[in-house]
Design a protein around this ligand. Sequence first.
Ligand SMILES: [Zn+2]
Length: 375
Amino acid sequence: MVSREDIQRLIHRPDTGRPILSAFLDMSVDATNKRHYTTFLSKERARFSELDSERATHEFTDIGAAFDRVAGWIDDGFDEANKGVAIYTEIGGDWLEAIQLPVPIQNRLEIAAHPVIGPLVEVVECNHSYAVFVVDREHFRMLSVVCGQVLADQRIETEPDEPRRHAVQAGGEAAKSYQKYKAEETRQFFKDFAAAAAEFCRRHRPDHLVLLGTDDNVKGFLPFLPIELQERVVHTAAAPVEAGAAAIVDRLAGFFAQHQEQREARAVEVLTDRVRHNYFATAGVQQTLELLQEGKVETLIVARDLHRAGAQCQRCGFFLARTDRECPYCGGELRNGVDVVEAMIRIAEEQEVAVGFADPAALAAVKGAGALLKF
Ligand SMILES: [Zn+2]
């Protein structure tokens, strides 16, 4: 699975001056258990061969070698349990990096100066990660879950004191003090669980938390979590600690899907409402791209599968969503046919601005892209 760290690493990969082939492949199987990426790869290979027949022979050979490396990696390195993969390799170099995905991704192949990251950002933003905590008075279970997959499963067992016969039989004051003692013991366990939870979140960086257990245990445990973790709890429900990780995640499948839909709907609602009232928001690719480059964007929202070609100034690097004779800022020469949706996503990731994706129909009112602004 891909993480935000993977995306940052790809963005900040040192430029070697060699072009990068980025291949996104749908590796899901059809009804007859077959994968179809080979057809797509051969078509793309033919397209680039034609394109390059007029170029120097060595470049042509380098592109062929890059396609061979991609095919070779799939043969040796692809884990059949996955449904998608992003493969990056240098043209004329030997660097290759592959990121496998538990979700299908649309077939796409690009050769550009940088690794293309848009499709990976979409996977990360549309499949948020969750830490699922299951708590009772004596046990604590921690799962890291993305796309219904359990990436980590950790369990804490405590050793509670067994009731001492004399204390129970003595009744009255002795029983009361035993209850008090057990309550104090639970407090201590919850404190330890909360510390483990904080450490687990530092390591796995979940976007949201889910807390499972009986109503009493959930209510009792919650205040022990640090405030910043309490605020990230998006769902609580009953679940036995003994349940298998797969069973716990299966039961949450409905919630995960609903949560994703709600987040998307809410983002679209906030954006369209702010655009309507002209309140710290902008709409349309051109305006959004411009304000992003001015560092004014707080949250970028893009329609899934949006494609838009624009231009980039060869002198100052500025992107435009339209074609023009020269750069409106510095008069420099423009290169046309640049993927400005990728540019928007890349700029947002570079600035660590939040990126959201939504249904194209839902974003029609803002012409496919918009942003909430900082100022
Ligand atoms: Zn310029």
